[in-house]
Ligand binder design. Structure first.
Ligand SMILES: NC(=O)c1ccc[n+]([C@@H]2O[C@H](COP(=O)([O-])OP(=O)(O)OC[C@H]3O[C@@H](n4cnc5c(N)ncnc54)[C@H](O)[C@@H]3O)[C@@H](O)[C@H]2O)c1
Length: 379
């Protein structure tokens, strides 16, 4: 009798054990799912709050904190300037029409309480309150400024008048991002600020060169007539991360061609010289100029001079790859020599470039390699 009962009870005990094990697993799964849901709920809450992690920003007291406008702040140079001024703790407003600028360049600041992005064209007046204006808005590379030469002239003349008008109304200090192109195809070498230039007023580049010359002239007219505090930076060729791909500038052209194993194209024989500065040096120079007492034009550039063919071979050597260097017909009004004399910047701003050109080239190659990898454009 006993053995009969024991035999019939055994399967029941097994079933109970299996049931208990099953229940334990189910409880564990439920707990895991519960934790996952809780984590998701927290993430949704963060997203709803627009919670974003920003680079560290110091808190300045009201005397040191400036309200700064950067026109063209979504562009290559402008976006690096935004980074520097934001990291110093200022309130920064960018106005940009996104002709060549990109939201991506400043997206890491969007939503920050010290940062504002305005989508507008400076050819139209702008009414805001500011203490300083860095006026950078203008297409800067030949294909971009020649694309709509009338608009390039309007941006540099009407746009500059609007920004000078804003500076006058707010009693703000304004810095104009002028260019070494005001020297045209120079007959003196290296170029000093006292040199008046050699510009073709009706050539294909004149919309930019003469546009910037008019912008400088407007600055000094407003200074004389309206007592506006002005600063004028004559910027020489600059390169670095966030440069546009395919906008026809020497450095970006050569690096992209080398990375894609395409022929490296030199316009003319390649004996023309250029001096290239890395973007962080330029940004330091602009901020030093804005905060200095010096109000005549100042060259901001790196005097380290390369022929275009030397530069092409240096880039090819660093990238590796199978590109060959080829020569194409020279471009109209392409300056034959370009090198800044930076004595004034050294004297008045205590500024000089710190980044070695080839160190900057290495960083820029890495930036473009990453951009191409991202778009599946590497061979
Ligand atoms: N990068 C250089 O080598 C170099 C050399 C000399 C001078 N500069 C000067 O520095 C400034 C910045 O150059 P970059 O290389 O950053 O060029 P960029 O093209 O990257 O930036 C120019 C910015 O201005 C904006 N912009 C153009 N027209 C505008 C308008 N009408 N209203 C509002 N925004 C407008 C563009 O969308 C862009 O974001 C320019 O004024 C340029 O002339 C640059």
């Amino acid at each position: 009798m006993y053995s009969k009962l024991a035999m019939s009870e055994e399967p029941k005990l097994d079933q109970v054990r299996m049931y208990e094990q099953h229940e334990a697993v189910r409880e564990q799964n439920t707990e895991d799912i519960y934790h996952e849901i809780e984590a998701l709920k927290r993430r949704v809450k963060e997203l709803e709050k627009g919670h974003k992690v920003y680079p560290k920003v110091p808190i300045l007291n009201y005397k040191d904190r400036k309200r700064i406008l950067i026109t063209g702040g979504a562009g290559f140079v402008g976006s690096h300037l935004v980074d520097k001024l934001m990291k110093q703790g200022h309130e920064v407003t960018v106005v940009d029409n996104f002709f060549t600028g990109r939201k991506k360049n400043v997206e890491h600041w969007i939503g920050h309480e010290n940062f504002e992005l305005i989508h507008a064209d400076i050819v139209n007046p702008l009414f805001i309150e500011v203490d300083q204006i860095y006026h950078l808005a203008s297409p800067a590379s030949p294909p971009n400024y020649m694309y709509n030469p009338v608009k390039t002239l309007k941006t540099n003349t009407i746009g500059t008048i609007n920004m000078l008008g804003l500076a006058k109304r707010c009693r703000a200090r304004i810095l104009l991002a002028s260019t070494s192109e005001v020297y045209g195809d120079p007959e003196v070498h290296p170029q000093k600020e006292s040199y008046w230039g050699h510009v073709n007023p009706i050539g294909p580049r004149s919309c930019y060169d003469e546009g910037k010359r008019a912008a400088e002239s407007l600055c000094y007219a407003y200074k004389k007539q309206e007592n506006i505090e002005i600063r004028v930076a004559r910027i020489f060729n600059t390169f670095g991360p966030r440069m546009h791909m395919n906008d026809g500038r020497v450095v970006s052209n050569f690096i992209l061609q080398a990375l894609q194993d395409s022929p490296i194209t030199i316009y003319g024989k390649g004996d023309q010289t250029r001096s290239f500065q890395y973007v962080s040096d330029l940004v330091d120079g602009l901020v030093a100029l804005m905060n200095s007492d010096y109000d005549l034009p100042v060259n901001i550039g790196n005097p380290d001079e390369y022929t275009i063919k030397e530069f092409a071979s240096e880039i090819l050597k660093r990238v590796g790859g199978k590109s060959e260097i080829i020569n194409k017909e020279a471009v109209t009004d392409d300056p034959s020599r370009r090198k800044p004399d930076i004595s004034l910047a050294k004297l008045h701003l205590h500024w000089q470039p710190r980044v070695k050109v080839m160190d900057g080239v290495n960083k820029t190659i890495e930036y473009f390699r990453e951009e191409l990898r991202h778009s599946n454009m590497l061979p």
